[in-house]
Design a protein around this ligand. Structure first.
Ligand code: GCO
Length: 261
């Protein structure tokens, strides 16, 4: 059974994996045997991340480019395939959020969130799949969100992008499953990361709300995502397509309960 989840000899490209959930999933994939490729846009974060991965004994290379830059994405994907080797697994994790009420949100901010969170995954998958199709195998994992299914004040652009990412995942699965490429999504619940730090600090009303709203009664730890990432990256999911697996402590399972219960 363990061989089903073995990623030895596989190469995983995790975008935005210089920190947070991307790094946690990349560590999980590396612990299952995968060699890592990561990208980021901040040299300092990249340097620190590569040091951290290598200190844990993982084989990793990092590239600095923005996933919304179509020509750079193609250049680096083709360079990696030619000079390093096949990209067997793509995890579209890179994303941003801007918490602004829709009525006040500048169009350029809305466009940037859609560009990074929805166009970026398309760009990366489009270039990676050119190489996966001739090989007749591959794994694509798009990182969705609670906002794939639910709205929340101030995150309308992010919800629109992450909702669209679910349907993009289904369409990638529709078009690419015939080549033995499985495309699925992971929908993280509320996790303790730098992205949620502003709404997580002790005493912040949202912190108490999430504890109350999550049946597991806690914020997710990034390491809680590793198992699902390995499952969707491995042979264990070879007949799974177009699914979004929610790792959310049960949030989407319940309407919640009154705070005084
Ligand atoms: C927010 C949070 C969420 C989480 C995550 C939930 O402002 O509501 O940042 O967006 O980060 O996406 O799945």
């Amino acid at each position: 059974m363990s061989k089903l989840f073995d990623l030895t000899g596989k190469r995983a490209f995790v975008t935005g994996a210089t920190h947070g959930l991307g790094m946690a999933m990349a560590v999980g994939l590396a612990e299952a045997g995968a060699e890592l490729i990561i990208n980021g846009t901040t040299p300092e974060k990249m340097e620190l991340a590569l040091k951290e991965y290598r200190a844990r004994g993982f084989k990793v290379q990092g590239f600095l480019f923005d996933v919304t830059d179509d020509s750079k994405a193609k250049e680096y994907v083709d360079k990696i395939e030619k000079e390093i080797g096949p990209i067997d697994i793509l995890v579209n994790n890179a994303g941003i959020i801007k918490r602004i009420p829709l009525k006040d949100m500048p169009v350029e901010d809305y466009r940037r969130v859609i560009d990074v969170d929805l166009v970026g995954p398309f760009i990366m998958a489009k270039h990676v799949v050119q190489h996966m199709i001739p090989r007749g195998e591959g794994k694509i994992i798009n990182i969705c969100s609670m906002m794939t299914e639910l709205g929340r004040d101030t995150v309308g652009a992010y919800a629109a992008a992450k909702g669209g990412l679910k349907m993009l995942t289904k369409n990638m699965a529709t078009e690419w499953a015939r080549y033995n490429i499985q495309t699925n999504g992971i929908g993280p619940g509320y996790f303790a990361t730098s992205q949620t730090e502003p709404i997580r600090i002790d005493g912040h009303p949202f912190n108490d709300f999430i504890i109350q709203r999550t049946p597991a009664g806690r914020w997710g730890d990034p390491s809680d995502l590793a198992g699902t990432a390995v499952f969707l990256a491995s042979n264990a999911s070879n007949f799974v397509n177009g699914q979004v697996v929610y790792v959310d402590g049960g949030i989407l399972a319940t309407i919640g309960k009154p705070s005084n219960e």
